[in-house]
Design a protein around this ligand. Sequence first.
Ligand code: SUG
Length: 453
Amino acid sequence: MTRIALEANFDGLVGPTHNYAGLSFGNVASANNANRVSNPREAALQGLAKMKALANLGYAQGVLPPQERPSVALLRTLGFSGDDHAVIREAARTAPAVLGAACSAASMWTANAATVSPSADTADGRVHFTAANLCSKLHRAIEHDTTSRVLRAAFPDETQFAHHNALPGWPSLGDEGAANHTRFCGAYGERGVEFFVYGRDDLASAPAPRRFPARQTLQASQAIARLHGLADEDVVFAQQHPDAIDAGVFHNDVIAVGNGNVLFCHALAFVDQAAVLATLRDRLAARGTQLEVIEVSATDISIEDTIGSYLFNSQLLARTAEAGGGMRLVVPQECRERPAVWRYLESLVAGGGPIRELQVFDLRESMRNGGGPACLRLRVVLTEAERKATHAGLWIDDARYATLTGWVKRHYRDRLSVSDLADPALLDECRTALDELTRLLGLGSLYPFQRDV
Ligand code: SUG
C-alpha cells in the first residue's frame, strides 16, 4: 500500500565558531578563503532566513543544532591537558592547525550528516539513518558521534526510525552522507530508486582523481544500501567523474541534484554518464515513473562556472498543484553573478521543462567554505505518522524562527579570525549559547560539556 509522504528538509544551524581555516583540501572555496575574517552571526542569520522562507512557502522545514566547538574532547584525545582553557591555549601555541580542526563549524552542512532512506524503500518499513563517518577530514571525522545523538533525539521512536552508527572510519569506507545520495520516485510515499555516487572504489582499478581526494567509496555506499535493507533492483551505484573531483567537485551535490522524477546535472558528473542515465531511467520506469533528465553541457556552462556558482548545489523542490506544479530551484546568489549561469537559468525556467521557478538566497558566509543551499540541508521523506513522531521542537515556524534569530543575536560574534580561535573565552561563549539552545529546542543534554558534569 502506498502511503502519503512529504519531503522535509532539516537545515544545520550555523554554529558560533564559523570560521575560515582552509581545512578542506579539494574544496576550492575553502582553500581560496583561508584566513579570511568570518561573520558567524551573519552566517547563522543567512541560514535561518532560508529556512524561514522555505517554511513560508509551505515546505516542512526543520533545523538541526550545531555541534560543540571548540572540541576540547578532540584536543584531549590528542594529548593536550590541564583545564579546558589550558587545553585551548596550549593547542593554539603548539598546534594551531589542530585547534582549527577542533573549532570548525562544519556540522552546519547537514547534507553530510547522514544517508537517509524513507520507509517506503526499506525492508522493515522504517526510515533508516546512517550517520556519515566523514573520515577523510579530521575536522569532519569528529562529527558523527554527536550527529548520531542529534538524529536519535530528532527521530526517537524506534518502531518508526532505525539509526545506524557511522561506518568504521577506515579510508576504504569513507562516507560523506546524503551529499552523494539521491532518491528518485513518483510520489514520495511510493517505493523509489536510490542513487549512490562514489568517488573511489578501493577494491578495483577504476579511474581515480589525481589532484584532489575522492571522499566517498563504493564500499561505503554498498554497506549503507545493505544496512538500510534496500532491494537490489531499487539501487543504482555510479562513479563520480574523476575530472570533476579534480576540478573541485568534492561531493556529488556540487554537480548534480535530483528530486522526484527529475535529475538536473552537468555532463561531466559521472563516469559512463549515458549508461548511468539509462540505468536510472530503466529502474524508475520499472516503478512506473519516467525520469526527466536536464543535462547541462560544458558548452552551456563550464566546469569552472559550475563550481564558482554552485548551480547544482541547489535545492530542487516540488511545487504544489496550487503553485502550478513542477519544481522550484533554490540557488545561491553566486548564480546570478555569473552571466553564463544566469542566462542559462533564465532560459531554463522559460523553456517549459520541469523547473518552473527560481529562488535566490544570499548564503555567502557558508558559500565561502564551499557550502551552498543543498549542503545546508538533510532531506528526510516522512509519512504523516513519522512527521508526528519527529521531535516537535525542531520544526521552523514563525515563533521558532524568532526564538532562534534572537538567540543568535544574543550569543554570536560578528567577526571571527583564525587567531581568535585561540581565545579561551570563545569556548565559554559557545557553551553558554549551546546550553541555552538545547533548552530552547527541548533537546535535553546533547553535548559532551552537558554530559560530562
Ligand atoms: O566538507 N567545508 C565543507 C563543505 C561541505 C559542503 N557539503 C556538501 N557539498 N554537501 C567540506 O569541505 C570547510 C571548513 C573550513 O575550511 O574550515 C569545510 O569543511
